[in-house]
Design a protein around this ligand. Structure first.
Ligand SMILES: C[S@@+](CC[C@H](N)C(=O)[O-])C[C@H]1O[C@@H](n2cnc3c(N)ncnc32)[C@H](O)[C@@H]1O
Length: 234
């Protein structure tokens, strides 16, 4: 269950230090945007008021569905765009809040999201929300246990958001790296501050992994992300 606690400004700056380097990651931004134009389904016409209502309603029920806070959704949205991600994987869909934020960003990059949820009710709800948001053509939802489903996916992915069972991070990492995460790819883990103890093994491993640059950062000044960049020469 996600709970919210404020932490100090000094801790915030310590954990965010270096995060900006992710935005200077040497991705070939202009060519990716050109590629995206080729891969863009017809632009979706949305009613802004209806979209706002949907996101507001989902955000208001975020506690019930353990979804990321809105600011973290906005951050994922920005990060997908800034890294020009094309092939995104999310583990832990819940009701689809983060999937919608990333799906909307993928309209700009011309990419696709695959997202996996073990719970039937949340999976069904996420399908409906993704459809209501008009991002169905960007998002493939899979109902199943991500530990098994990841092994079946071909990939490779250039952006992975790990937000399912926190104790499973090392297993997910071992199933994704090296073959299913491209060099230059990003691994994003949520709850890396508040639930750090549940994924201690993962955080220790990734922070000293020679093929990754890793930072912890918080957008909400509450919980936060562990962000890892896989070196291109790895
Ligand atoms: C923190 S919530 C995900 C929130 C979602 N990413 C969002 O921000 O809208 C975690 C979700 O992972 C799902 N989950 C837990 N273990 C899983 C597994 N082994 N495979 C797939 N989903 C799992 C839970 O049912 C829950 O809906």
């Amino acid at each position: 269950m996600k709970t919210r606690r404020k932490f100090g400004r000094r801790e915030f700056f310590k954990t965010t230090g270096g995060a900006l380097s992710f935005f200077a990651m040497g991705k070939h931004v202009s060519s990716a945007i050109a590629d995206a134009a080729e891969d863009s389904p017809r632009p979706i016409k949305r009613d802004p008021a209806q979209m706002k209502r949907l996101l507001d309603e989902m955000d208001a029920r975020g506690y019930q569905f353990w979804s990321v806070p809105r600011k973290d959704g906005e951050f994922l949205h920005l990060l997908v765009k800034a890294t020009c991600a094309k092939n995104v994987l999310e583990l832990g869909t819940s009701h689809g809040f983060s999937a919608i934020w990333m799906g909307l960003a993928l309209e700009e990059t011309g990419g696709r999201l695959t997202t996996i949820e073990i719970d039937r009710e949340r999976y069904d709800l996420a399908r409906r929300h993704v459809s209501d948001a008009g991002v169905s053509q960007r998002v493939t939802l899979i109902k199943g246990d991500a530990h098994g489903e990841v092994a079946k996916l071909q990939g490779p992915f250039d952006f992975v958001f790990l937000d399912a069972d926190k104790e499973g991070q090392v297993d997910y990492f071992n199933k994704l790296y090296p073959k299913k995460l491209v060099p230059g790819g990003i691994l994003v883990v949520h709850n890396a501050i508040r639930q750090a103890s549940s994924m201690k093994d993962y955080l220790e491993m990734i922070r000293k992994h020679p093929d990754f640059d890793t930072v912890t950062l918080s957008v909400t000044m509450d919980d936060g992300f562990c962000l890892s960049y896989r070196h291109r020469a790895s």
